[in-house]
Design a binder for this molecule. Structure first.
Ligand code: UD1
Length: 360
């Protein structure tokens, strides 16, 4: 059996097409859920939306400090894999579950591939940067989405034969679900018309855990919302920090700004695909907006996905309120539509399966 590890929300849309491609090839494949994300809105709805089977096991690790979460995944997975002896394991993305699983495989001598290998922001204060670098240093197969990732890995001394550029697997999912998502017209539920609003997501610790930074960002968003309505599905971490910072009343009263619970995959894709502008600190949304041709303002100073800036619609705007508001104005008055990077073509999962099968 080959296993793909999922743990947190951004993993699910990457694992879904991989599971389908293994099934189509007639190769036994199952999902292992670490349980890092456990809320219905952060996990279960994605299994339903994406038609994924129930995981073979859910380790139920839940929330905690980084060490607690990483350690719990390692202990649970080691026990499971010692019993199951997988033929190979795939890990996706850059969350704590990804790194924990990669280390367990390395220690147990289980062949392991990393999907989305080689991405680097150069920002070591981001927990995900640590996860990326550690993961890539211990896996056997580095499955990359773009040429910059290949270059990063070669510069770190990874052997060229372990690097296979396969493209962006999340775009397989986007392409497969876009027609169904568009029909939903989630914007209408908020009383908005297509192209008549912006979408905001915010959850990076560096943006939401410090009340001053969070207040500055939300202040800028409030200004933008006066001109263009903004829909803001709020991540649980952010919901908590808005309350801690005492910003709840102010944010809820901001004209043009609508807060809602986190959305499922189809609903969120419906919302973003109809948006005029995206504001985010998410990695995946930088890529999705590039493919959708929607201007994206990334509320960070760096990105591990520079290709979305080079060829796509993405602009790094940081967290300075003046810059955010000015760049939003600019984005609304005709940003270039960008183009889709090579191999982001809906067939990445097939290439992943081929690369794994060839090597085990
Ligand atoms: C994690 C990933 C991040 C990814 C993000 C997407 C790491 C280090 N971070 O961040 O890379 O972009 O997922 O969402 O792996 N919580 C709930 N319900 C849940 C999950 C979390 O309420 O189902 C709350 C808890 O209060 C928890 C907090 O959110 O403590 C943070 O969750 P955690 O998994 O530690 O990190 P994320 O911020 O979600």
């Amino acid at each position: 059996m080959i296993y793909t590890i999922v743990g947190a929300r951004p993993n699910f849309m990457k694992a879904a097409p991989i599971h389908t491609a293994f099934a189509r090839a007639g190769i036994p494949h199952a999902l292992v859920h670490t349980g890092q994300h456990y809320d219905e809105a952060m996990s279960k709805v994605f299994f339903e939306d994406l038609g994924m089977p129930r995981p073979a096991v859910d380790l139920g690790v839940g929330s905690g400090t980084h060490a607690e979460q990483t350690g719990a995944v390692m202990v649970g997975l080691e026990r499971y894999f010692e019993r199951e002896r997988p033929a190979a394991v795939l890990v996706v993305g850059d969350v704590n579950s990804t790194m924990a699983a990669a280390i367990v495989c390395a220690k147990l001598g289980i062949y392991c591939g990393h999907v989305e290998a080689g991405l680097r922001s150069g920002d070591w204060s981001m927990p995900e940067e640590v996860n990326r670098a550690v993961t890539d240093s211990v896996v056997d197969l580095l499955l990359t989405p773009s040429p910059d990732a290949d270059r990063n890995l070669l510069a770190e001394g990874c052997p060229a034969e372990s690097i296979v550029r396969v493209g962006n697997v999340m775009i397989d999912t986007l392409q497969a679900h876009l027609p169904r998502a568009r029909v939903l017209d989630v914007a209408a539920r908020f009383g908005l018309r297509q192209q008549g609003y912006a979408v905001l997501t915010l959850h990076r610790p560096s943006n939401v855990d410090d009340p001053v930074t969070l207040g500055r960002i939300l202040g800028a968003i409030g200004e933008i919302a006066r001109r263009l309505p903004v829909v803001f599905p709020v991540h649980p971490r952010t919901r908590k920090q808005i309350a801690v910072a005492g910003l709840q009343t102010k944010v809820e009263a901001a004209k043009g700004l609508t807060l809602c619970e986190p959305l499922g995959y189809l609903e969120f894709l419906s919302l973003t695909s109809g948006a005029r502008l995206v504001l985010t600190d998410s990695g995946g949304l930088q890529e999705e907006s590039t493919v959708l041709g929607i201007p994206c303002l990334t509320l960070r100073d760096n990105t591990e996905r520079p290709i979305t800036v080079e060829v796509g619609t993405n602009v790094l705007v940081g967290t300075d309120p003046g810059t955010i508001v000015a760049e939003a104005e600019h984005g609304l008055t005709g940003a270039p539509r960008g183009r889709v990077p090579e191999l982001w073509d809906g067939h990445t999962a097939e290439r992943i399966v081929a690369a794994v099968v060839e090597r085990i």
